[in-house]
Design a protein around this ligand. Structure first.
Ligand code: HSE
Length: 318
């Protein structure tokens, strides 16, 4: 039986979800790929009940330099040391799969160049839109298009907050706590509510759709922390919903990008995207308009995207 050995950096919400899927669906994945995918090392300060204690280490080198590890799942979050760990792993000939949008967006060029220089895969489907296979679609079946525009609801926390404020008149601070409890929000939810997380994801979308790297800090960004019940009521009176939109389009051959609350007409497909759901609405010159929709946050939806990336590496195991 062919094998692919996985090391996980960070067994938090997303790393834990990934572990659970690899264990629960091990046999199904093995049937589909002909490869047995095993978790052989986990970097985390805390052990998790039910997970073999001998897998845990607190020394990153025991994963990154481990000759038994073929592929690293990076689910630590934050730019550093996550990005340096990914570079180190790739230089050691290991494939890397990550959900870490902050690290991918901040060090995109270095990570891509390191993967190419070392002949390894660097995959990050889970970094945008959680469980939605949007990056795979952009680079796969949609890649015969010139892309013209993208509008995305790509932050589950803020979409959850805006939905509850719109539908139930709920209080902003209360709903934010709820989103944190459900595991959608970042450790520091400022990144969610101020649009920084969305700017990271838009940076990644722009790189893949338009072949240009625009750093997240260069994208004009406004969050939802100043949106009031009155703003929502005023939008409703005009037949619109307020959504936090990652927006990029080509104008006169240039990419124009922004992140901010927009009034979306209720007739637009994005207006129907509620709670922690995400959607990415793409316009291509041939396909016209396509919307990909699904859960944008949470352990299992995001873990599903990571496992999808691991499987695409497993399919190439000789
Ligand atoms: N904090 C993020 C969100 C997690 O709410 O969408 C998924 O990237």
């Amino acid at each position: 039986m062919k094998k692919l050995n996985v090391g996980i950096l960070g067994l938090g919400t997303v790393g834990g979800g990934t572990y659970d899927i690899l264990v629960k669906n091990h046999d199904l994945i093995q049937q589909r790929t002909g490869v047995s995918i095993e978790v052989v090392k986990i970097l985390d300060l805390r052990k998790r009940p039910g997970v073999d204690e001998s897998l845990f280490t607190t020394d990153p080198d025991e994963v990154l330099n481990n000759p038994d590890v073929d592929l690293i799942v990076e689910t630590l979050g934050g730019i550093q040391p996550a990005s340096s760990f990914m570079v180190q792993a790739m230089k050691n000939g290991k494939h890397v799969v990550t959900a870490n949008k902050a690290a991918v967006a901040a060090t995109y060029v270095e990570l891509q160049e390191t993967a190419a220089a070392n002949g390894v895969k660097f995959l990050f489907e889970a970094s945008v839109g959680g469980g939605i296979p949007v990056l795979t679609a952009i680079q796969g079946n949609l890649s015969g298009n010139n892309f013209l525009e993208v509008m995305g609801i790509v932050n589950g926390t803020t979409n959850y907050i805006l939905t509850k404020m719109t539908e139930d008149g709920a209080d902003y601070a209360e709903v934010l706590k709820d989103a944190q409890a459900k595991g959608f929000a970042e450790a520091d939810p400022t990144a969610d509510v101020e649009g920084i997380d969305v700017a990271n994801k838009l940076c990644i979308l722009i790189a893949l759709l338009f072949g240009q790297y625009i750093a997240p800090g260069e994208i004009p960004t406004t969050g939802i922390s100043k949106i009031t019940g009155e703003d929502i009521t005023a939008a409703k009176a005009e037949g619109c919903k307020i959504k936090l939109i990652a927006h990029a389009k080509i104008e006169d051959g240039k990419v124009i990008a922004s992140v901010g609350p927009e009034r979306i007409p209720e007739s637009h497909p994005l207006a129907g995207v509620s709670n922690e759901f995400n959607a990415v609405y793409i316009t291509g010159d041939m396909v016209d308009e396509v919307m990909l929709y699904g859960k944008g946050a949470g352990a299992l939806p995001t873990g599903s995207a990571i496992v999808g990336d691991i499987i695409s590496v497993a399919k190439e195991v000789k």
